[in-house]
Design a protein around this ligand. Structure first.
Ligand code: NAD
Length: 524
């Protein structure tokens, strides 16, 4: 398999920082804080993936037949189980990601909100529609659109938010009536496996949710077997996934990487902009798809902004905080990503940028990179053009808001953006000129938590959206049902045999209905 081979070669070469034993039939899941192994997880070969999909496919019709109300009851049990087990889920995830406690504890509560949102809105989002026929001859028909689930949805997820980025899509898919098979990241499979264990053993949920483990070969086999692919990850793998799905003409939704800009205009509230930049860039140690990855500041306030941002970032604590809530930054989840970060910072340094704080990998076990502020960055540097996905904030001086918008749009990505200005109205005007799927005004990251608006990327940041009605409608297919409203004769006007009399009559009716103006309607 082409895709699997590429991924495996990268993992073998250490580019991905991948688990060395991934090709001997198991994955060694590591603790990023010290590099030690937590446990080994068996890789699911293609035959097993096909078997798993076939099994859940067989159960899916019964799941669909439960209706939204029936499925809601099961998902509410999952919500209650997550609430009762949130500390344990946080433990599992913190261990495999190296996140700090406050961030590990965010994921299960967030997903409880996802369950409530979709179970409460599904009837509205997936309601049957009865459009009015648009031409006279069809007035005798009843038109309906019925939304039917894709039987099996495959969810391929990354390592940075192991629960949210698997279940924020798996939940609406289940609510829609699909069976779901998740392939979590090979770096962080344990949290999703723990939810699956809870679903099966403690909740006793129907056999419509599964997890398969592995890298490219397993992911490719999943794409081959399912009816819809929800992928979240890098744009590089996204392209491979889309090519693979093209072989079976399977629809995909791709949530990919970003290079999100934050713009600070001269009249912005300086302290709010500084605090927002630090949080937006460094939350989850910068390993967030919507992280602030580039900052553009207007000339008159540039020096003050850079100074205050550096002071702010210097106060942040980094470490393995266990359950003490004692740090804002944790470890880098993969050594491959730590390598990417180090290369970009060196590239910026060599091209004349100033590293005002941080700028180094930490010695010792595990994968750690310091919180880093870079001043005088520009678009000749990879740190301003390629996804960093680490704890680095590069700042560039711009002449005015027009230059800020131009630089913000000078990228192949288009996930999200933030704009800070003295008035929300002015910031919003600027936000509407940026080519992104979501913009936060005098704020950062918040759009992800607002379920009522779509989340997804423009340009090379993705295809398709999650959240709002988009997040569930992608998992269903419209079925058009056309049925009679009145008693029917033996032959309809458009059926055989064709006669000139009938054709002429129909054309006259067509002119009467579709022409505009009396003369034209009468053919005068
Ligand atoms: P990745 O692309 O390396 O891997 C993502 C998933 O794809 C993993 O489960 C991986 O095992 C699987 N995979 C790898 N090769 C495959 C193949 N050939 N066929 C099928 N599946 C395959 O991404 P990552 O390093 O895990 O995650 C980081 C990336 O994800 C960043 O680019 C980040 O911006 C992006 N991301 C995007 C969003 C979003 O919602 N837009 C959210 C989080 C992360």
């Amino acid at each position: 398999m082409e895709s699997g081979t590429a991924s495996q070669a990268e993992a073998r070469s250490g580019f991905e920082g991948g688990p060395a034993s991934a090709y001997a039939g198991t994955i060694d899941v590591r603790r990023p804080v010290d590099g030690s192994t937590i446990r080994s997880v068996p890789i699911d070969p293609p035959e097993r993936v096909a078997e798993v999909v076939a099994r859940v496919r067989a159960v899916q019709p019964a799941w669909e037949a439960l209706g939204i109300a029936g499925r809601r009851r099961w998902l509410e049990r999952l919500r209650d189980w997550m609430l009762d087990n949130e500390a344990r889920l946080a433990d599992v995830m913190q261990e495999e990601t190296g996140k700090v406690r406050a961030e590990a504890e965010l994921e299960a509560p967030f997903l409880c909100g996802t369950i409530n949102y979709y179970t409460e809105h599904a009837s509205e989002f997936l309601a049957e529609e009865a459009p009015t026929p648009h031409i006279l001859p069809l007035k005798v028909k009843r038109l309906r659109i019925v939304y039917r689930p894709c039987p099996v949805a495959g969810v391929i997820s990354p390592w940075n938010f192991p629960l949210i980025l698997a279940f924020d899509d798996a939940i609406p898919a289940l609510v829609a009536g699909c069976a779901v098979v998740i392939k979590p990241s090979e770096f962080t499979p344990l949290a999703a496996m723990e939810v699956l264990r809870g679903w099966k053993e403690e909740i006793g949920g129907p056999d419509v949710l599964e997890v398969v483990n592995g890298v490219g070969e397993t992911g490719g086999a999943l794409i081959d077997a399912v009816d819809f692919v929800q992928f979240t990850g890098s744009d590089r793998t996204g392209r491979v996934v889309m090519k693979r799905a093209a072989e079976t003409l399977t629809p995909v939704s791709l949530e990919l990487g970003g290079k999100d800009p934050l713009l600070v205009l001269r009249d912005a509230d300086m302290d709010r902009a500084v605090n927002a930049t630090a949080t937006g860039a460094l939350a989850n140690t910068g390993q967030t798809c919507m992280a602030v990855e580039r900052v553009y500041v207007e000339e008159p306030i540039y020096d003050e902004f850079v100074h205050k941002l550096t002071e702010r970032v210097r106060t942040l604590r980094q470490g393995a905080d266990g359950s003490s809530y004692g740090a804002e930054l944790g470890a880098m989840t993969t050594s491959g990503q730590a390598e990417v970060v180090a290369e970009q910072v060196e590239d910026a340094r060599s091209k004349g940028a100033r590293i005002l704080t941080g700028g180094n990998r930490k010695d010792g076990p595990g994968d750690w990179y310091e919180a880093t502020v870079i001043a005088d960055a520009d678009h000749s540097m990879t740190v301003m053009t390629e996804e960093t996905f680490g704890p680095v904030v590069p700042v560039m001086k711009v002449k005015d808001s027009d230059e800020a918008v131009r630089m913000a749009n000078d990228t192949r990505y288009g996930l999200s953006a933030s704009v800070f200005a003295g008035s929300s109205r002015r910031a919003e005007e600027i936000a509407r000129r940026i080519e992104v799927g979501a913009a936060n005004v005098n704020d950062v990251l918040t759009s992800y938590f607002a379920m009522g608006v779509p989340m997804g990327g423009w340009k090379e940041s993705g295809i398709g959206f999650r959240h709002a009605s988009y997040g569930i409608k992608k998992f269903v297919r419209p079925e058009a049902i056309v049925s009679p409203r009145i008693k029917q004769g033996k032959v309809d006007p458009l059926w055989f045999p064709y006669t000139s009399r009938r054709r002429k009559l129909l054309n006259r009716v067509n002119r009467l209905v579709n022409a505009r103006g009396i003369r034209s309607r009468l053919g005068l």
